[in-house]
Ligand binder design. Structure first.
Ligand code: SF4
Ligand code: SF4
Length: 112
């Protein structure tokens, strides 16, 4: 199992895209390159139109390994406007998920 992961409670994601900007600024990525991308998913439920925002990670995400030599948490987590992202040991985050719904656990194995 990966050592560290990111846990996202996308029930609270507002689609503000701050995480994308924080990642780009942290890494100096050019436009169109990013470690995290937020997608919008529109659907109908109970006769109402609903929108979910789903952040997902790209191969450019390195879990901020350089930044974490200076600061404990990745840039996207620090700047998340809804505080719906959490960084930590994979086992610890997986245990937090319990039987809750609408969570995503992004795992990362350095060197793979
Ligand atoms: S953990 Fe770091 S590299 Fe990965 S998406 Fe967040 S800011 Fe970008
Ligand atoms: S910063 Fe947080 S609330 Fe905003 S889009 Fe990213 S995950 Fe969602």
């Amino acid at each position: 199992m990966a050592n560290y992961s990111l846990l996202i409670d996308y029930d609270y994601c507002t689609g503000c895209h701050s995480c994308e900007i924080a990642c780009q600024q942290e890494h100096g990525y050019p436009a169109g390159t990013n470690g995290i991308v937020v997608r919008e998913y529109e659907y109908e439920a109970g006769g109402r139109v609903r929108i979910d925002y789903l952040p997902f990670f790209t191969p450019h995400c390195d879990l901020c390994k350089d930044r974490r030599t200076r600061e404990p948490i990745p840039a996207c987590v620090k700047h998340c406007q809804a505080a719906c992202m959490e960084f930590g040991p994979t086992k610890q985050l997986a245990a937090k998920m319990g039987d809750r719904n609408r969570l995503v656990l992004f795992t990362h194995n350095p060197g793979r």
